[in-house]
Write a protein that binds this ligand. Structure first.
Ligand code: AMP
Length: 209
């Protein structure tokens, strides 16, 4: 199954994407993670993307469309995938329409207020990129990654001012994608719950429906 997870930054797309991938044994494709890896490896693309990312702005369409075009050709994509953080603009969705037929779009809905409160607790491992939350997904030892022992930090783009900028971008550029995919009859709305496990239950049920 080819799935898109739509939702504002901080709505919990990454966590839900992981749950779906585990359930269906398909890969999670996150443009944000791919860009962050490029940035860490000091590639040309990473360097170009950094200023946009740090300001909470979107990286230019042609850059992310190129990333996805390449990634979807890899072998592990044959049985489907979950796109997490792509597409984020109408031109990106139109480019994707030309590449593949999407089966389901999960529209994960969380209010801006709840997102701002949640994002302040988000932490990421500076070594391996694993994500945590001070309230909802605590590491076993404070400030230390369970997986690789790396230090947990707050991403620059999770700082409150950047979060507000990212929400504005979401409402303006990404929210119109819901109408775009409604026309294709593939959208399922899931209301984000207080407990992650409850949201996951609703997400997996929406895939069956
Ligand atoms: P994320 O981890 O998905 O929240 O992405 C972090 C940042 O990467 C975003 O704020 C953008 O600067 C950039 N980014 C990730 N995916 C896209 C995309 N599909 N289009 C444009 N920029 C993106």
């Amino acid at each position: 199954m080819k799935i898109i997870l739509l939702g504002a930054p901080g709505a919990g797309k990454g966590t839900q994407a992981e749950a779906i991938c585990k359930h269906l044994s398909i890969p999670q494709i996150s443009t944000g993670n791919i860009i962050r890896a490029a940035l860490k490896n000091g590639t040309e693309m990473g360097k170009k993307a950094q200023a946009y990312m740090d300001a909470g702005k979107l990286v230019p369409d042609e850059v992310v469309i190129g990333i996805i075009e390449e990634r979807l050709q890899e072998d592990d994509c044959k049985n489907g995938y979950v796109l997490d953080g792509f597409p984020r603009t109408i031109p990106q969705a139109e480019a994707l329409d030309k590449m593949v037929k999407i089966d389901k779009v999960i529209d994960l809905e969380v209010s801006d207020e709840a997102i701002i409160a949640r994002m302040s607790g988000r932490r990421v491992c500076e070594k391996c990129g694993a994500t945590y939350h001070l309230l909802y997904k605590k590491p076993k030892a404070e400030g230390v990654c369970d997986i690789c022992g790396g230090t947990l930090i707050q991403r620059k783009d999770d700082h409150p001012d950047t979060v507000k900028a990212r929400l504005e971008v979401y409402h303006k550029e990404t929210e119109p994608l819901i109408a775009h995919y409604k026309k294709q009859g593939v959208v399922k709305r899931v209301d984000g719950q207080e407990e992650v496990a409850d949201t996951t239950r609703l997400t997996l049920a929406a895939l069956e429906a």
